[in-house]
Design a protein around this ligand. Structure first.
Ligand SMILES: Nc1ncnc2c1ncn2[C@@H]1O[C@H](COP(=O)(O)OP(=O)(O)OP(=O)(O)O)[C@@H](O)[C@H]1O
Length: 267
């Protein structure tokens, strides 16, 4: 693949849960080596979009290509190989509660490789060092703060040296300091490891600090996109409402419904 080709390319992606249309023609091309954020209100379909990238859901129209491969056309073996190129970190962390920090990170290496234990040890310690938690190797998840648990999940996401790092709501539920730590780690790891990172979040302010490129989702489509600085300076009222979390603007506060007077039986 040409290094200028997008790592992830999505075209005309449509998906509905039964009659509930969620994605209505997503167009997106994630450039290689950048940190991108896909921003959208809770429930707009961000996780649904990620599940198409990971091949857990099949598009009802359009396609998702990762590294030039159309995800829904791959057989199981090819999909498995493709998933190995992707490191994912989820909001809940998903750490195994009965394994130590060390064993949580060693898990994918033991599961997917035949590396000798000595090499696994070196790799795990390297990943732990990258997130500043070498000293926490023998702790269990119940002994970690929320921010530390998120960092362990991040170390596990990079255990297999992925080309693409995907974060689903990495900032949710963190205190401001941990939030900054995670945001800076996302940036630092992207550049140090030479990967492409995709951050899916509703947390705009944190993303603006560390992200190169923004996509805003509204009503199942990419409503606006651009380099972070350009988006921040954009005069578009929708972009402004979105980035500055203004309650008033083109995006209505009220869910569509009857006029208030009609609902009260006064009309
Ligand atoms: N398996 C499912 N079956 C039916 N509806 C679903 C299913 N999964 C999600 N939905 C609905 O699809 C919509 C989009 O969900 P999704 O989780 O993709 O949104 P999101 O943007 O990731 O939200 P959040 O930020 O709150 O996690 C929501 O209205 C949700 O209720």
């Amino acid at each position: 693949m040409d290094s200028r080709d997008p790592v992830i390319e999505i075209s005309d992606l449509h998906f509905a849960y039964n009659d509930n249309a969620i994605l209505k023609g997503i167009e997106l091309a994630v450039p290689r080596g950048k940190v991108c954020a896909i921003l959208g209100a809770s429930g707009c379909g961000k996780t649904t979009l990620l599940r198409h990238i990971g091949g857990q859901l099949r598009p009802q129209r359009g396609f998702v290509k990762v590294d030039g491969q159309t995800v829904h056309e791959l057989d199981n073996d090819a999909l498995y190989r493709l998933r190995r190129k992707m490191g994912m970190m989820f909001q809940a962390g998903g750490l195994f509660s009965d394994l130590t920090v060390f064993d949580n990170i060693a898990f994918p290496l033991r599961e997917h490789t035949d590396l000798p234990e000595r090499m696994i040890r070196d790799l795990v310690l390297m990943k732990l060092d990258a997130v500043g938690l070498r000293g926490a190797r023998d702790l269990y998840p119940s002994e970690l703060s929320g921010g530390m648990a998120r960092r362990v999940a991040l170390a596990r996401a990079i255990a297999m040296d992925p080309e693409i790092l995907i974060y689903d709501e990495p900032f949710a539920g963190l205190d401001p300091i941990s939030l900054n730590v995670i945001a800076n780690l996302i940036r630092k790891l992207n550049d140090a490891l030479g990967v492409t990172s995709i951050v899916v979040t509703y947390d705009v302010s944190e993303s603006l600090k560390v992200v190169d490129y923004l996509y805003l989702i509204l009503d199942g489509k990419i409503a606006a996109q651009g380099p972070t600085e350009e988006m921040v300076a954009s005069p578009d009222p929708f972009v402004q409402q979105f980035l500055h979390a203004k309650p008033e603007g083109p995006v209505p506060f009220h869910y569509p419904g009857l006029a208030y007077t009609a609902a009260l039986g006064l009309a």
